[in-house]
Design a binder for this molecule. Sequence first.
Ligand SMILES: Cc1cc2nc3c(=O)[nH]c(=O)nc-3n(C[C@H](O)[C@H](O)[C@H](O)COP(=O)(O)OP(=O)(O)OC[C@H]3O[C@@H](n4cnc5c(N)ncnc54)[C@H](O)[C@@H]3O)c2cc1C
Length: 394
Amino acid sequence: MEKARRNRTYDVIIVGGGIVGSAAAYYLMKQDRNLKVAVVERDPTYIYASTTLSMANIRIQFSLKENIQISQYAFEVLDCFDDEMAVDDERPNIAFRREGNLFLVDEGGRSNAEKAFALQGSLGCPIEWWSPRKIKEKYPLYDVSHFSAGTYGPQDGHLDAYALLMGYKAKARSLGAAFITDEVIGILDEDRGVCGTALASGSELISNVVVNCAGAWAAVVSRTVGVEIPVIPVKRRIFVLDTKVKPDKPLPLTVLPSGLYFRTETGNLILLGKSMDDDPVGFSFAWDDKRFQDLLWPELADFVPSFDTLRIVRGWAGLYAVNTLDRNAVLGEWPELKGFYLANGFSGHGLQQGPAVGRYISELILGLKPVLDLSVFNPARILENRPLNEGGIV
Ligand SMILES: Cc1cc2nc3c(=O)[nH]c(=O)nc-3n(C[C@H](O)[C@H](O)[C@H](O)COP(=O)(O)OP(=O)(O)OC[C@H]3O[C@@H](n4cnc5c(N)ncnc54)[C@H](O)[C@@H]3O)c2cc1C
């Protein structure tokens, strides 16, 4: 099977089969069943992919119009995902639990929160502005004395990221996309355009369109063809906690102004994380609980005093693909290399962006008018050093 595909020609080659690559393959095939699409993924078990190591939270609370619209589309897709992605009798089960997202607001952040809230409202998002008293009524375990408000998204929630990924992958494959297990070791180019990829197995795939969906490895892949993008791998740690006092109902993903976030997980456990400026850069997945013990536990116990007694059950580390220019996605054709498309730099919110980004990339490649204009994320802003302004990044 694998041999038959050697040195084959494709309409589109996608490097990386995580949520972004698999969604792009699905939307391409959905648009045109006759396309020849190859997704090259070096690890079909996805043990280091950000998709499977994520918190799998989906939220609408952003402060950039396009990021909000991207999430609105995600909600649309997720609502009928299990049906739409069914292949014969096999239906995925993404278990989307809309348990809400609650962003705490302090005095310093109030003006930005008000602006984001107004923008979300103008786009039809059902976000609620809660007083400290209302937060306390809803979640009595929280000490809200340091906060002036909270914004609550009742539609937000979390899902099974692996099931989401497998759903896209299986459907894309059923429509004719080829998923190839191999590593892209070089993007090939001639006359200022791409012409294929070189694989670790020794073969080459030929195409005038190559899409970089390599997640935290995006810059490594781009560099093979001389394209420098400001995307770095940054380690983020998640901690799984068993608290002595259990909340009487699920806690929403609760985000403090410092960036500390937590939510309940199946089994009455708590998942917690925080992006910090000194998080290590590089491809390491080593995890320990020191940071939680030293820094995060005291902060958590300040906000939820009854969580001062708990047990750290386990945890994991995964990589954010951080776009150091502005922490937002980079989407579209690289201006200096024809046929080289980027779908990179999602930092901490790429899972929920998979559906809209996959569709958008397919539209760009096929020359269709995008249903959702995401040109604000054009890679040209890297060359022009023009960062986007998004305050709602976690
Ligand atoms: C701890 C953590 C929590 C997160 N929480 C959330 C959240 O709550 N909500 C949210 O929306 N997002 C979250 N994210 C971010 C989200 O997981 C990512 O933005 C998203 O999964 C990116 O998807 P991707 O397909 O670009 O990358 P990945 O899922 O990393 O997929 C890239 C794939 O490319 C493959 N690859 C790389 N190089 C090559 C090569 N040369 N050849 C072949 N294959 C290659 C890799 O093996 C990998 O499978 C979180 C991330 C982390 C780490």
